[in-house]
Design a protein around this ligand. Structure first.
Ligand code: PEP
Length: 251
C-alpha cells in the first residue's frame, strides 16, 4: 500500500536576513516545471514569514513557522501564536524541536499543547521527537522516542493535523547520520505506535519525516528507507541549490 505523500521541509532556524529572500526566489524558479514527487515547505524565521509568503504567491512551496505559543493571544512578550502564523500565511508550524526541548526546557506536555494550538489555528503541527546520543548508547532509543510520541501527539489527531519528524539529536547539525537500518527500525517503531494509538487507517495516514544532517549527497539513501515520508532539513535548506538536491530525491 502506498504511504502518504512525502514532505520535504526546510527549517532555517535563526538564519536569514532580507538578502536571503533571493534563495526562496531561486528555489521557486528552479522548481517551475519540475514534476514534484513530494510537498515542499520552507520555515523561515518569523521576521521573514510575510515576505516569503508574498514572494511565493501561489507557488507550490508552502510556508511554516518554527514554533508557536499555546495561547491564541495574551501577555506573552516575544511569543507568537499559531493564529498569528496562520494569519501571516503559514500552513504548518514546527513544535518540539530538540533545540527548544533542550534550551527552552519544553516538556512533552508543552509540545502537546502547542500541537493543539496549531490545530486550533488550522495549521499542521510538525512534531519533533528523537533521542540523544547518551540515550541511544544506553539502549533507550525506542523508550525515548515512543515516550515523546505518546506525550506530544494529542489524541484525536489525524494525518492532516500533524506530521512526525524523527530527529536523532546527535545527528542534528553534526554531519553524523544513522544508518538506513537504524532509521528504519525507529520509523517502524513510530509507525507501530501510531497504529496502536489511532488504528490502522488513521495511523498509516501520518507522515513520518527523518531529520538530521540530510544533504543532497545522502538524501536518496536516507529518504529511501522504509516508512520514511520525507525530511526535515536544517543547514541544507538555506541554499536553494542544496535544498533542491534533496527535493529531487523524490523526483
Ligand atoms: C534540524 O534542525 O531540524 C535539522 C535537521 O538540522 P540539520 O539538517 O542541519 O541537521
Amino acid at each position: 500500500m502506498a504511504g502518504p505523500k512525502a514532505l520535504v521541509a526546510g527549517n532555517w532556524k535563526m538564519n536569514g536576513l532580507t538578502a536571503e529572500l533571493k534563495e526562496v526566489r531561486l528555489l521557486s524558479d528552479m522548481l517551475k516545471g519540475v514534476r514534484l514527487g513530494c510537498d515542499v515547505m520552507v520555515c523561515p524565521p518569523a521576521t521573514l514569514i510575510r515576505p516569503v509568503v508574498q514572494l511565493l504567491g501561489s507557488s507550490r512551496i508552502k510556508v511554516g513557522g518554527q514554533d508557536c505559543h499555546d495561547a491564541a493571544t495574551g501577555a506573552f512578550t516575544g511569543e507568537i501564536s499559531a493564529e498569528m502564523l496562520e494569519d501571516a500565511g503559514c500552513t504548518a508550524v514546527i513544535v518540539g524541536h530538540s533545540e527548544r526541548r533542550t534550551r527552552h526546557c519544553e516538556t512533552d506536555a508543552v509540545v502537546r499543547a502547542k500541537a493543539e494550538a496549531a490545530r486550533r489555528a488550522g495549521l499542521t503541527a510538525i512534531i519533533c521527537i528523537g533521542e540523544t546520543l547518551e540515550e541511544r548508547e544506553s539502549g533507550r532509543t525506542f523508550e525515548v522516542v515512543s515516550g515523546q510520541l505518546a506525550g506530544s501527539l494529542p489524541a484525536g489527531f489525524a494525518g492532516d493535523d500533524a506530521v512526525i519528524a524523527y530527529e536523532p539529536v546527535w545527528a542534528i547539525g553534526t554531519g553524523r547520520t544513522p544508518t538506513r537500518g537504524q532509521i528504519e527500525e525507529v520509523h517502524r517503531r513510530i509507525r507501530r505506535d501510531l497504529i496502536e494509538k489511532f488504528g490502522e487507517e488513521q495511523g498509516t495516514g501520518f507522515r513520518v519525516l527523518y531529520g538530521g544532517s540530510v544533504k543532497p549527497n545522502n538524501a536518496a539513501e536516507l529518504l529511501g528507507a522504509d516508512n520514511v515520508d520525507g525530511a526535515l532539513v536544517g543547514g541544507a535548506s538555506l541554499k536553494a541549490a542544496d535544498f533542491i538536491g534533496i527535493i529531487k530525491a523524490y523526483a
